[in-house]
Design a protein around this ligand. Structure first.
Ligand SMILES: [Zn+2]
Length: 112
């Protein structure tokens, strides 16, 4: 395979399922496509190309520092900004969360 992709890792949105009414989950869209349909299509594409499709629990990935592992709601300064209260790591909040989701499957994938 040209891009040598072995795994695709996405987060299960359990936090949202537990804390917010189901109507809002059903309304979540990725570029106009419902989340469930997006996942189904992504899984199908991965199987077609022989790529492992992994879904992991997103629990606390949005408040956990991808660099040092410190967990605190105070790390989320506002929707798009993550600043670690302990080590000072600064990142886009979605990037920080995605790194934490990746680390659940490949712990040594992120360094420094
Ligand atoms: Zn940190």
């Amino acid at each position: 395979m040209a891009n040598k992709i072995g795994n695709v890792v996405i987060g299960e949105i359990k936090e949202i399922k537990q804390n917010i009414d189901l109507g809002k989950i059903n309304d979540q869209n990725i570029q106009g496509m419902p989340w469930g349909l997006f996942k189904q299509k992504l899984r199908f594409k991965c199987e077609y190309y022989g790529i492992n499709f992994r879904e992991v629990d997103e629990n606390k990935t949005s408040i956990t520092c991808a660099k040092c592992g410190y967990k605190s709601k105070k790390n989320r300064k506002h929707r798009g900004l993550f600043v670690c209260e302990r080590c000072g790591f600064v990142a886009n909040a979605d990037v920080n969360g995605a790194l934490n989701i990746l680390k659940k499957v490949v712990p040594n994938a992120v360094r420094g």
